[in-house]
Design a binder for this molecule. Sequence first.
Ligand code: PAF
Length: 281
Amino acid sequence: MIAPIVHTVVEVRAAVSRARSMGLSVAFVPTMGALHEGHAALVRAAVRPASFVVVSVFVNPKQFGPNEDFAKYPRTLEADQALCSAAGANLIFAPNANEMYPDGSVTFVDIAKLGDGLCGASRPGHFRGVCTVVLKLFNIVQADVAHFGAKDWQQATIIRRMVRDLDVPIRIAVEPTVREADGLALSSRNRYLNAEERAAAPGPYRALLEIRDRAAGQNAPALEADLRERLSAIPGARVDYARIVDAATLEPIAIVDRPAVAAVAVFLGTTRLIDNILLGP
Ligand code: PAF
């Protein structure tokens, strides 16, 4: 069945309330479109025997910096509809910017500290924009559960914290990163890569794998330095960050003696790729 597309808050709420009146639970997958197999996996994870699955497609201007790729971010709604439908979604919510941020919108959700490091350090205001739109979407859809990808570990951690701090009645499920056969994490931005950059693009994941197996009990700053060196050796790569942090708090750690995450961001040309791997003690 082709999942219908609606563009307004009123239409989503009406569809969700019809689904609820039929006894269905509601699952939600927020996206910015340009969907790929990673998003399809999120939708498939959301599909349950008595569930109604809503996917949002909205390129959120508030999470892009002034020199970032908002204008060129791929918009592929027709293909997105086909992918969502094949994966089992029931409704697509594709609002325009005015529907999400009517004139006079001034309220933001700010997340201290957790949003300052890693991607937040190089993308000031990014997580403020993410939290604001995600909370709005949660309020619009009013789902029981929302699915996020582990590739954006910092984002998933921040959303969990926002939901806890603001008592949002929703469960957050984090699904494993989906990868190409050569290890490159799927991302809507991979389509920006030219042939040379694409050939180098699995490098960050290889570097993460190389440090993972000997991480337990190691000095984290030394491991970070090793990771950074491996990333710098990738042809054409410019390292944005290579950090090892507590997996739950995103705080720096001295020794890998608890669940930790090694997180990296690397530019290949003008394309910024992120990836991460969990490290155990
Ligand atoms: O991960 C994304 O695609 C976006 O940050 C999200 C969660 C849809 C908010 O715009």
